[in-house]
Design a protein around this ligand. Structure first.
Ligand code: SF4
Ligand code: SF4
Length: 431
């Protein structure tokens, strides 16, 4: 960093301007500060990336800082990253590269459209190519490349949750001559492999069956949707996953693709078509069910007399503009007392799981005072909620951990909306 020479000034002995004598003391000028000695190679490298040019448009207004969820628990945001780049940071080897959850809240308010959703994946792609990847993320990427899921479980285990589960589910991969289905349900990794995700997956099946939905799943042929892998810069892996899943969608005749996961929704809607050449007739499950709200309301007879709040998933809300469908379902729950959190809808607070954050808790913890999910759980408690409702498979596990680590065990329950609906439709599930 250069040293500012504030004490250096120039004074001319004789100066007359517009007939006024300003000789001596009166014309004392400070020399311009030397600010050109920083190494800005890192900044140049970022702005030359495909999609990276907007980093250079930042004019330091700081709109982004107030809304950045990471800054809320640390020191972060596009403004600060740009300033660090101007003063010599090499983003490609710096932890700042991995802290952004790509929640898109900064882009929402930035007058210059500095786009972290393009900058970060492009910069991370370079870091991945150069082998600069945090170890915890590397493990996840290896698991997905090898097994098709971040957990590193075998493809066969994807349908383990269906064992000893009596509800009818058509696993299309097990049928000799699979007939068309109305709905091809993309179950997703956390619903398939995570214990609490399994609970929500079972609720989905029960709700679908009560509504007589003609649906099928891809069983062991389903693979991770790849959106988080794309966002951490593993473009090649994303393309492989898109080709694989796209081929399955083509193979099994269906009218509609319904997904449990907003990240899958985002990938299939915005990024698969460039790889597979196909557009998909796609809905998030909340959208699919919200269309049947009249039938659903009649089926939900069992009251759920709890104070409930709702966490907008970034990739359903800000990224894809869907705020109403989940609320429509929640408002139809009998007996519910619903309150919004302060940061909701367009201003929703990120859970910390997006953009690879799901597998970066260790690195993020080194730079923040608390996890984003902990910050969010405290907000839910503040509005008096007994239940935090979610509709993204990442969130039940993230928020349940946060409930424990903030000592709120027993005070706040985390439930997927589908679990609440299942509870209200029957007497076989526990709330
Ligand atoms: S809102 Fe945009 S222009 Fe303003 S400081 Fe942030 S990135 Fe820069
Ligand atoms: S995308 Fe979200 S986490 Fe990333 S810098 Fe912008 S506001 Fe912060």
């Amino acid at each position: 960093m250069s040293e500012h020479k504030y004490e250096k000034w120039i004074q001319k002995d004789n100066v007359v301007i517009d007939g006024i004598d300003i000789s001596g003391e009166w014309n004392k000028m400070y020399e311009p500060r030397e600010i050109t000695e920083y190494d800005i190679t890192g900044l140049e490298k970022v702005r030359e990336l495909p999609g990276g040019e907007s980093m250079n448009w930042c004019y330091q207004c700081a709109q982004c800082i107030g809304v950045c969820p990471v800054d809320n628990v640390g020191s972060y945001g596009p403004r600060k990253i740009f300033r660090k780049l101007q003063t010599g940071m090499d983003l490609f080897t710096h932890d700042d590269l991995w802290m952004c959850t790509t929640c898109s809240n900064c882009l929402r308010v930035c007058p210059k459209e500095v786009d972290m959703m393009k900058i970060m994946p492009a910069a991370r792609e370079q870091a991945v190519l150069n082998g600069h990847v945090p170890a915890e993320l590397q493990d996840m990427l290896q698991n997905v490349a090898e097994y098709g899921n971040p957990m590193g479980d075998s493809a066969r285990k994807r349908v383990k949750w269906l064992k000893k589960f009596d509800e009818p589910v058509r696993d299309l991969t097990k049928e000799n001559d699979p007939q068309p289905v109305d709905v091809l349900w993309y179950v997703s990794d956390y619903f398939s492999f995570h214990g609490r995700g399994n609970d929500a997956a079972k609720s989905m099946v029960r709700v679908f069956n009560r509504l007589n939905v003609d649906f099928g799943i891809l069983g062991k042929e389903e693979k991770c949707d790849g959106d988080s892998q794309r966002l951490v810069g593993e473009t090649g892996l994303f393309e492989e996953l898109a080709e694989h899943n796209g081929a399955q969608f083509d193979k099994y005749d269906h009218n509609k693709l319904v997904v449990s996961d907003p990240h899958a929704f985002n990938a299939f809607k915005k990024f698969y078509p460039a790889v597979t050449g196909s557009e998909y007739n796609l809905q998030h499950y909340t959208q699919f069910l919200a269309e049947q709200i009249d039938t659903i309301s009649k089926l939900m007879k069992r009251p759920f007399p709890k104070k409930v709040t709702f966490h907008d998933p970034c990739y359903l809300g800000r990224h894809n503009g869907e705020y109403d469908a989940p609320r429509k379902l929640l408002n139809a729950i009998p007996g519910i007392e619903f309150s919004e959190m302060y940061r909701c809808k367009e201003q929703g607070y990120c859970c910390g799981g997006g953009g690879g954050g799901m597998w970066l808790d260790g690195l993020v913890a080194d730079h923040t005072t608390e996890r984003l999910s902990e910050n969010r759980v405290k907000e839910a408690i503040e509005v008096g909620a007994e239940v935090l409702a979610v509709c993204c498979p990442y969130e039940v596990s993230r928020f349940e951990d946060a409930v424990k680590s903030t000592n709120n065990d027993g005070k706040l329950k985390v439930m997927d909306i589908i679990e609440i609906m299942d509870y209200c439709m029957g007497d076989d599930a526990e709330a």
